[in-house]
Design a protein around this ligand. Structure first.
Ligand SMILES: N[C@@H](CCOP(=O)(O)O)C(=O)O
Length: 421
């Protein structure tokens, strides 16, 4: 296993772990797959479906050979994440105008209620194997609750940076309840990432955001699981929401693994959907540019997507290129209407997830996706992650998003944070 920079292609041994290359680029993890026997692995992955209460019962660690083969089992911190439902919905078929039942992959059924668990179990396990006892992330709420859960499960400390506005109160409460030290700051997720880029070394904390390539390795399991449930036959399209762009990055990497190993014959096409108020990546693609222009003040009601400068955009672009993918953006109203349909289909999701269903509907209407093509939409977070959205949609009310048990530095500086640690 080695780290390869996505910008300058520099190769570094994975033992010399870092988040960024000296050139500033993010790292990819590259495994040595030459010795892997695909048919043998398929059998192993199948047999592990009957595991209970061992690390291999996890829908992530089931695929350990493709994710982190070198890790000693003693470091695995798992809550049997993954193993989430894949549903064929007639309601969503009729809402989107498809001629085929639409598949929904409910990552919302993960233990902390979002897809972040697939990556977080790997990041925290890796951090522990390096001897870290204190973990951190910046988050709009799902990453933080996931980290807080795994850190506490491993009896470790977590310090999470959370913007003080435009995020879901429930997610912050969940993070606090799991025992994290919550640091509420004036800014956005993008400011938190910038802070890490400047100070990761001095902080001495293990960073669990998606700039960490081990998070991406864990998130690859989402597409492995879809493929395995469908007997290694993927639909024509995978529709995925985009904020920090870790999900689409991991999807692309997972698809390449499956193709290289011969588990699948051809790559499905990827449709990446962003919220209109936070869509720098879609705008870049739609305008034919090759450099992302950050949005300084991203805003969407789908708070998990409130990101103006997604760190993984170059990796995401690679996924789009490799899969002949497309992007689109949808309005908050389109997202909330689609969410109401997902909720009443009995599956349920948080607003950001519903961007996929809204996007599929739009792309079918625009004839980018044919009505006869098959599609799976990835639902990233649980319906109860954002009950304010339910209030607003169904009762026409909104409630406060202030929270009191948080640490509030006057500003996000190294001194102010070090005084808290
Ligand atoms: N919506 C995300 C944003 C953080 O993204 P990450 O992939 O870098 O952890 C959240 O839940 O915080």
């Amino acid at each position: 296993m080695k780290l390869v920079c996505v910008d300058c292609n520099k190769e570094v041994s994975a033992d010399l772990f870092d988040y960024q290359c000296t050139c500033g680029g993010l790292f990819d993890i590259v495994h040595d797959t030459a010795q892997l026997d695909a048919e043998f692995l398929k059998r192993v992955f199948h047999d592990r479906l009957s595991e209970r209460m061992t690390p291999y019962a996890s829908g992530v660690w089931r695929y350990k050979e493709l994710i982190f083969p070198e890790l000693a089992d003693e470091y695995i911190t798992t809550k049997y994440e993954g193993n989430t439902g894949l549903y064929a919905s007639e309601q969503i078929q009729s809402y989107t105008g498809s001629n085929r039942k639409v598949l929904l992959k409910a990552q919302s059924e993960n233990p902390s209620g979002s897809f972040k668990d697939n990556g977080m179990t790997v990041a925290v396990s890796h951090g522990r194997s390096l001897g870290y006892q204190r973990f951190t992330c910046t988050s709009t709420g799902n990453t933080s609750s996931s980290l807080a859960m795994y850190a506490s499960l491993a009896n470790q400390e977590s310090y999470v940076f959370v913007p003080n506005k435009n995020i879901s109160l429930n997610k912050v409460l969940q993070t606090l309840a799991y025992g994290a030290n919550v640091i509420s700051f004036d800014g956005t997720y993008d400011d938190g990432i910038r802070f890490y880029e400047q100070h990761s070394k001095e902080l001495g904390l293990y960073i669990c955001n998606s700039i960490n390539p081990f998070r991406i390795e864990g998130q690859k399991s989402i597409v492995y699981e879809i493929a395995q449930y469908l007997n290694w036959n993927l639909p024509d399209w995978v529709v995925i929401p985009g904020g920090a762009l870790s999900n689409v990055t991991a999807l692309g990497k997972g698809l390449q693994d499956l193709k290289k190993l011969g588990f699948i014959d051809k790559l499905p096409r990827v449709a990446l959907v962003q919220a209109e108020g936070a869509s720098p990546f879609h705008r870049m693609v739609a305008e034919g540019r090759t450099e992302l222009v950050p949005e300084p003040t991203p805003y969407t009601r789908a708070s998990a997507l409130n990101i103006g400068n997604p760190p993984s955009w170059k990796k995401a672009l690679r996924t789009l290129e490799e899969t002949n993918g497309v992007t689109c953006s949808v309005t908050d109203q389109e997202i909330l209407d689609a969410k109401a349909w997902v909720d009443k289909s009995g599956i349920g999701c948080e607003p950001a997830s519903a961007a996929t269903v809204a996007g599929l509907r739009k792309l079918i209407a625009q004839q980018v996706i044919d009505k006869d093509e098959t599609a799976v939409c990835i639902l990233t977070g649980n319906m109860l992650k954002d009950t304010d959205a339910l209030h607003e949609y169904h009762l026409g009310e909104s409630s406060t998003t202030s929270y009191k048990n948080a640490i509030r530095p006057a500003e996000l500086t190294l001194d102010s944070i070090q005084s808290i640690l």
